[in-house]
Design a protein around this ligand. Structure first.
Ligand code: COA
Length: 259
């Protein structure tokens, strides 16, 4: 069905694999369109509870936007490219109501690092490498890199990585808090599945509120605490709250319905 990505759903977890390994899974227009379509399909599919984003092949998660598409672009075209990407993919992932984690299996450069950073959190294989090399091309990140890298690792480190275009290893990314776990590459997808399987046992509406509120905190929303109070209250009207409290009192595992 898709030409540039693969999707596979098993036990509530949809894995989307960007599949242009001979081009380091670079994000061309087709990948952006198809990722947007796959995200929309996953959003409305009640069988999908959580998502993993990864790259095909041994070398790359995503080595950036497809540089060959940049040659003819001028200001308006560049702005349009970034706007479409944000709407279809990057902001959509960040605000997705189901958890999405990036399983970074190799180079995550430029738009690839930005794609990983748009996900709710990241895990990486030992061979993963991260960087924002846009300044080497006379550009800056356009898919959220200046904002999300600063949110994730702080101003000083973000300034250095963005200005030097240096690549960092998975372990350096771990130290900076850019990724949460580093594992051998054979274990990457099983760890992603393990973490999401655990999250899928929790109350889906509560998870949805967590995603929203942490995103609000990350952008420094002035009313974040008030939003938390409001959504905390809203949880009390859910079926899942009744089930969660009953299960605790009855000393059994809760079975949540997302209602
Ligand atoms: N856009 C388009 N094509 C890309 C690409 C990108 N961002 N990244 C890699 N490719 C292509 C290469 O042009 C090459 O294509 P070819 O076989 O037709 O020549 C193929 O993918 C393999 O890449 P190659 O450079 O030969 O692999 P490598 O192992 O020597 O280096 C990288 C890997 C990731 C370090 C290197 O490809 C690179 O620096 N890519 C660009 C990263 C970048 O600047 N991203 C930000 C874009 S804004």
């Amino acid at each position: 069905m898709y030409q540039t990505i693969l999707t596979h759903t098993e036990q509530g977890i949809c894995t989307i694999t960007i599949n242009r390994p001979d081009k380091m899974n670079a994000l061309n227009k087709d990948v952006i369109q198809e990722l947007g379509a796959a995200l929309e399909a996953a959003r409305i599919d009640t069988a999908v509870q959580a998502l993993i984003l990864t790259g095909a092949g041994e070398k790359a998660f995503v080595a950036g936007a497809d540089i060959t598409e940049f040659t003819e672009l001028q200001a308006a075209g560049g702005k349009a490219l970034a706007t479409v990407g944000a709407e279809l993919v990057f902001n959509k992932i960040e605000q997705f109501t189901k958890p999405i984690i990036a399983a970074v299996n190799g180079f995550a450069l430029g738009g690839g690092c930005e794609l990983a950073m748009a996900c709710h959190f990241r895990i990486a294989s030992e061979n993963a490498k991260f960087g924002q090399p846009e300044v080497n091309l006379g550009l800056i990140p356009g898919y959220g890199g200046t904002q999300r890298l600063t949110q994730l690792i702080g101003k000083g480190k973000a300034m250095e990585l963005l200005m030097t275009a240096d690549m960092i290893t998975a372990n350096e990314a771990l130290q900076l808090g850019l990724v949460n776990h580093v594992v051998p590459k054979e274990e990457l997808l099983s760890l992603a599945n393990l973490i999401l399987t655990k999250i899928c046992t929790k109350a889906p509406i509560a998870i949805q509120h967590i995603i929203h509120l942490v995103n609000q905190a990350a952008i420094g929303a002035k009313d974040g605490l008030q939003q938390e109070i409001d959504l905390f209250g809203a949880c009390f009207d859910t079926e899942d709250k009744k089930e969660g409290i009953s299960a605790f009192l009855e000393k059994r595992k809760a079975s949540f319905k997302g209602a």
